[in-house]
Every structure is written in C-alpha cells, then in structure tokens.
Design a protein around this ligand. Structure first.
Ligand code: SF4
Length: 247
C-alpha cells in the first residue's frame, strides 16, 4: 500500500464530531456515490474514482495524533474513525494495524473511540487491557444481498462477515451500533427491512436513513412515504428490542 505524509490529523467535523482519517481514499469504492469521494474530487485531492480506490496510508498518523492530543488543553470526549475513509478497510491489514495503534493512543488519553466500518471489526478490539470498554463499535449495513453489495460497495467486506464480526464484539460485552444508511428504495433493490433488523437485533444502537445523492431514489413513486414507513418500522423494532434508535 502506498503511503503519504500529513501535517495534521485530528479535526472537528462540520457536525461537531472530532475525527481522524488516517488513509487518503478508500478501496471500498462505494458507488452510491461516496460523499467523501465527491468532496475529495471537488477539492482536487483525487482526480478519478480509480485514484480514490488506490488508497494511501498516512505514515506519520501515530506521531501526529500523539502530539495533537498532548497539546490539547481540553480533550475531546470522543473521537470518530472515520468520516472520509474506512478504519478496517477490507483486505488491508496495514490499515487495521494502524487503526488499532491510533485507538490505543486515543484510549490512553482517556478518550473514547467511535468506530464505523464496512470492513470486519478485528477480534483484538475485545482486548480490554488494550482498549476502553467505553468504545462504540459500528458497522454500516444496508442489505443482506451480496449481489447488491458487489454492485454498490464493491471493495467492502461481505455483509455476513461484517455482522458476525460485530456479533463477536457484542458477545464480548462491548457497545455496538448498526448504521443502516443509505437505505435503497425498491426500484434499486426489493428487500425486506425486517430481515436486516432481525440479523442485527443484538445491537445497542441503530441508525436508519434514506439514500441521498442519487436521482434513482426520486424515480420511485412515493419515495418519501416509503422512507417514512421504513423509519417507523425500524423505530418500532428498536423499541421492542430495547435498542436506542436514531434517524
Ligand atoms: S466505505 Fe465509506 S469512505 Fe469508503 S468508499 Fe464507502 S462510503 Fe466512501
């Protein structure tokens, strides 16, 4: 994997969340399209989709993060990995290794990590001598259909592997989250939301939202009604299963 050097790592996002992105680009290559890819392209950081998928690891991420956290008088309560790449990029053990190292640093400052991935959460995360029990571990999951996954999230981990890794983390007594977004309208994929909810019914937190940045969604008649029905269904499921719900 290629590497790059940065001048800074930790930042506060537009939605007020502290975040690090220690990889430039993302080999998962989601075609919704990926908002982070569109931003990188518009700011001239990548030229093409192929460049985006040819991700580069930030080689000096650990040194930067240690320095930045040490200099912060008021430490953030939580740091998110990641908003514009994936911390457990499928097929890239060097990204996983770096993510674990950075989480170790964050937790050593008494700061909680929140994780969101379309990869496989590694079993090492259950090591409570190394990582904080307060961390939150999440996966993105919008379907159980592998053909759909190959079309829209070509480089990401198969859905069943994401779920089983999340289940292991849950079984270790840690906090888990499933992020169901961007949920497809039936003209993109006919599926039953209840099947997905049942598959992840063990989680502590669930987020549900529709599909933005794609005109095909609006071609589905009554897409707004569809999303409001699906939101209600997810909310009802969460209430019945004691899962914290957000949309
Ligand atoms: S996993 Fe996230 S950052 Fe990576 S391509 Fe998909 S949406 Fe973009």
């Amino acid at each position: 994997m290629e590497t790059t050097i940065r001048k800074s790592l930790l930042y506060k996002s537009g939605v007020g969340v502290f975040c690090i992105n220690h990889v430039q680009g993302c080999s998962h290559g989601c075609r919704y399209p990926c908002y982070a890819y569109m931003m990188a392209q518009s700011y001239g950081r990548v030229a093409t989709y192929a460049d985006w998928c040819q991700s580069k690891l930030v080689a000096n991420a650990a040194e930067l993060l240690t320095k930045e956290l040490a200099h912060k008088k008021v430490k953030p309560g939580s740091i998110h990995l990641c908003l514009s790449t994936d911390p457990f990029m499928n097929g890239y053990p060097e990204v996983t290794e770096m993510s674990l190292k950075l989480m170790d640093i964050i937790n050593s400052f008494g700061i909680r990590c929140s994780i969101l991935t379309k990869g496989k959460l590694p079993a090492e995360l259950a090591d409570l001598k190394r990582f904080s029990v307060n961390n939150l571990y999440g996966i993105s999951l919008i379907s159980l259909n592998e053909e759909f996954r190959k079309r829209w999230e070509p480089g990401a981990a198969p859905y069943a592997e994401r779920i089983s890794a999340l289940r292991c983390i849950h079984d270790s007594g840690l906090q888990t989250l499933v992020h169901i977004e961007p949920y497809p309208t039936p003209n993109l994929l006919k599926q039953n939301l209840e099947d997905i909810l049942e598959a992840v019914g063990f989680v502590d937190h669930l987020y549900f939202s529709g599909w933005n940045y794609n005109v095909q969604v609006k071609q589905f008649q009554n897409y707004q009604q569809f999303y409001s029905d699906q939101t209600r269904l997810a909310q009802h499921f969460c209430k019945e299963h004691g899962i914290a719900f957000n949309c």
